[in-house]
Ligand binder design. Structure first.
Ligand code: PLP
Ligand code: COI
Length: 354
């Protein structure tokens, strides 16, 4: 990539780094000293700036707030053994960002704006990248509509912002998940494959209800029949069924996860048979009962590889094999982490050293 972007940089006068306890880094709460911002106006991206992280003044009429034109991405930067910093598969997040933008009638973003925005932010805040195992710098690019008017139409102006958040794992235990058969996350013809704010907004009430029932997360099912598993709250789902890795095929209703894609590549490489297809609730529950379902796990950038301990369906709880007995997903997760942290050769060229 060519470094063509002219980025105006305003450094913070007071770094918060020294006040930050790197032993306590809950996901999404601590931000680095700076952020990258850019504007879309008059049909082009402009005003590329690194600014101190902080509030942005906006009209309360901006259309993102009223009509929801907002998309985002999530990726992670890792500290390599030689001290360098590498972002994992950012090209896939860039591609998906523009797929989301097109679906939400938003402008796409040029590769150099996305990539150089991220690189410049990491470079100025490099000291914030954790080096502990399981810790990383979570990167959150977001784009939202900024026209201050109330007519329902695609905005003509947008803001693109990249935030960086040093963090540990999103989940710290095996999950008790509920298969949701009333509410839906997505439907054919809808926006399920886009990483857009409304997909998360609509999940919050069902999620809160499930939490009241004692669950940690939901597994969404197809809106037409509620018989097939789709994905989890903020992650894709995978199963080891009859020693094969089985996962719902992605389509219009499922986010095409980068971690999902990565794990499929690694599993095949490790000689594990992979099936991407419709996955019925019936076969999962049957597998839980007869023991052919030996592992279930959620996969995502924030979630990494999180084990699913039990599955609730229709008032019954199905307890899965003890996490300590599982071998396949931990082996894949190790391989994945070794590549990300530079402890194994990056044979697929996934690491982008910034
Ligand atoms: N599905 C949803 C709804 C998500 O929010 C995420 C998280 O990004 C994923 C799946 C996993 O995607 P990825 O592995 O690209 O992070
Ligand atoms: C990610 O894994 O990057 C996500 O977007 C999950 C987030 C919604 C917590």
């Amino acid at each position: 990539m060519i470094d063509t972007l002219q980025i105006k940089t305003t450094k913070t006068s007071h770094s918060r780094l020294g006040e930050t306890d790197f032993n306590v880094l809950p996901f999404g709460k601590v931000f680095t000293d700076h952020m990258f911002v850019a504007d879309f106006e008059d049909g082009e991206w402009k005003n590329f700036e690194i600014l101190p992280y902080g509030p942005i003044a906006m009209s309360p009429a901006i259309s993102a707030l009223h009509y929801g034109q907002a998309i985002f991405e999530g990726m992670k930067a890792y500290r390599l053994p030689n001290g360098e910093v590498s972002v994992f598969r950012a090209d896939k997040n860039f591609e998906r960002f523009n797929i989301s933008a097109a679906r939400m009638a938003m402008p796409t973003i040029p590769e150099e704006v996305f990539m150089q925005g991220i690189a410049s932010l990491i470079n100025i805040d490099k000291a914030w990248v954790p080096s502990e195992e399981n810790y990383s710098l979570y990167l959150r690019p977001v784009m939202f509509a900024t026209d201050a008017e109330l007519g329902v139409k695609a905005s003509s102006t947008y803001k693109f912002v990249v935030l960086a958040n040093p963090s540990g794992p999103y989940y710290n235990k095996a999950l008790k998940v509920k298969i949701e058969t009333h509410y839906t996350r997505a439907n054919e013809g809808g926006v399920g494959y886009a990483k857009t704010a409304g997909n998360y907004a609509r999940s919050l009430h069902p999620f809160a209800e499930a939490q009241k029932e004692g669950f940690d997360q939901l597994i969404w099912t197809d809106s037409a029949t509620h018989q097939y598993v789709e994905e989890s709250g903020a992650a894709n789902v995978m199963f080891i069924l009859n020693n094969k890795l089985v996962t719902p095929a992605v389509g219009e209703t499922i986010l095409n996860g980068v971690t999902r894609d990565t794990i499929i590549v690694l599993a095949k490489e490790m000689g594990i048979e992979v099936e991407q297809r419709k996955v019925s609730i019936a076969e999962i529950l049957e597998g839980a009962k007869n023991g052919s379902l030996t592992e279930a796990f959620a996969v995502g950038t924030a979630a990494t590889v999180t084990q699913i301990g039990s599955i609730g369906y229709d008032g019954e709880l199905y307890t899965l094999a003890e996490v300590s007995t599982r071998t396949i997903s931990p082996a894949i997760a190790k391989k994945l982490n070794d590549i990300r942290y530079g402890l194994a050769p990056d044979q697929f060229g996934w690491n982008w050293v910034v």
